[in-house]
Design a protein around this ligand. Structure first.
Ligand code: HSE
Length: 434
């Protein structure tokens, strides 16, 4: 039986997960694949920390070139994350004729054109199932199972850390910092958790899904991104009263002529399937002209779910190689020549329902001033809550749901409202996704 040697660059949480799975499930992998997967080399700057997995003598190295230049290694798995040196390592692996597998969404979101072209030019496989949605097979679904379908929307909860934080804040009245710290301790968060909580990690992932779904590369600065750091326990409580839960959503819509791609917290009705996707779970809703909608739910982060997605890609590459083909499915889902930018939807045309939160002085006439400004911008109030008395001079929360409105009108109205002397702090809006 053929032995296939794999090189691993990056021996952190997911790297250790990959080694654990290759050991624990060696028999079933071999039975399915008809080949034996062997770790040839593992490169990491830190090779002294105990990763809790057994590694044979001589496998560990601090020099990535020991992996990249090893002629026996057929597949390089990159798990260090970030732009550099990950980009150079992947390009060198491809240059050296090795297939690559990566979980690096930041790199593919920013340098996708270059990396996919390099793999394509060499006829080599590039697997990145673990880059989006951890264990959810969304890349494979778009690239293969849904190949005949024309997509109109891909959206969902694609950051486990943010979902963990919002779920904990909702269910346990836990504060933001405690929830974040727990997510970090469990190994869900990125090295820099700013990426998780500011929506940047979700933006990376939706950029990749947009490229695959519509054959449309999109640059990160074309994505509207808002994270969850402004979400307060008050927002969560009010959302509950209005019948919603707050989730960080990554949204990519295509109306046939333009795309609208954004990441922001959104209120979704409590009875929507995604409202009940909690903790570190991810959910991705796919809309197309054949199925209507499908929602895929699964573990979006963690050593074993993500490690299993990595090995699934390795197995696919080895299967292709065993039948003598480098690649069977185009890496970007579309043939390279058909991957082309699609114009962005004009921001001024975007419409939604909104939840608005103000902190205002508790005195007569305030509501009239605010509703007057909203009315002047053609924004109609659906319902409203004002609670408590202003006992400490910090104002009282005033929250409202408004009917479907133009987003530019809402932003303009908020800017005007924030200039009123009865408004105590910057107002906040949360979009409602029904
Ligand atoms: N930090 C990411 C998350 C890990 O929380 O979802 C998986 O990409």
């Amino acid at each position: 039986m053929k032995n296939v040697k794999i090189g691993l660059i990056g021996f952190g949480t997911i790297g250790a997960g990959v080694v654990r799975i290759l050991t624990k499930n060696a028999d079933v992998i071999q039975q399915r694949l008809g080949a034996i997967l062997k770790i040839g080399k593992i490169a990491d700057l830190d090779i002294t920390t105990d990763r809790g997995v057994h590694v044979e003598r001589g496998v560990l190295t601090t020099n990535a070139d020991d992996v990249l230049d090893d002629p026996d290694i057929e597949i390089v798995i990159e798990l260090i994350g970030g732009y550099e040196p990950a980009r150079s390592f992947l390009l060198k692996a491809l240059q050296n004729g090795k297939h690559v597998v990566t979980a690096n969404k930041a790199l593919l979101a920013k340098h996708g054109d270059e990396i996919f072209s390099a793999a394509d030019d060499k006829g080599l496989g590039i697997g990145f199932e673990a880059a989006v949605g951890g264990a959810i097979p969304i890349i494979r679904s778009i690239r293969e199972a849904f190949s005949a379908n024309r997509f109109s929307a891909i959206e969902g909860i694609v950051n486990g850390t943010a979902n963990y934080i919002l779920s904990k804040m909702s269910d346990e009245n836990c504060d933001f910092q405690t929830a974040l710290q727990e997510a970090q301790e469990k190994g869900y968060a990125e090295a820099d958790p700013t990426f998780d909580i500011e929506g940047i990690d979700s933006a990376h992932k939706i950029a990749i899904l947009t490229r695959l779904a519509y054959g449309a590369p999109i640059s990160l600065d074309e994505i509207t991104v808002q994270g969850i750091t402004n979400i307060t326990p008050e927002d969560i409580e009010c959302a509950r009263e209005f019948g919603y839960r707050i989730k960080l959503l990554a949204i990519s819509k295509f109306d046939g002529s333009s795309i609208d791609v954004r990441v922001h917290p959104a209120m979704i009705p409590v009875d929507h399937p995604m409202a009940n996707v909690n903790g570190v779970l991810n959910a991705i809703r796919v809309c197309d002209d054949m199925m209507g909608e499908n929602i895929l739910v699964g573990h979006g982060a963690g050593a074993l779910p993500t490690g299993a997605a990595v090995i699934g890609d390795v197995i696919e590459i080895v299967r292709n190689s065993l039948i003598g083909t480098g690649t069977r499915v185009p890496a970007q889902s579309f043939q390279k020549a058909n991957v082309k930018p699609i114009p962005l939807k004009n921001r001024d045309e975007i419409e939604a329902e909104y939840f608005l939160r103000f902190r205002v002085k508790d005195m007569p006439g305030v509501l009239a001033k605010i509703s007057g400004i909203l009315g002047n911008h053609s924004i109609s109030i659906e319902s409203m809550i004002q609670r408590g008395r202003d006992d400490n001079g910090k104002g009282v929360p005033l929250v409202m749901m408004v009917h479907r409105s133009n987003e530019k009108n809402v932003q303009d109205a908020l800017a005007e409202i924030d200039r009123l002397d009865v408004v105590c702090e910057k107002s906040n809006l949360i979009r409602v996704e029904n």
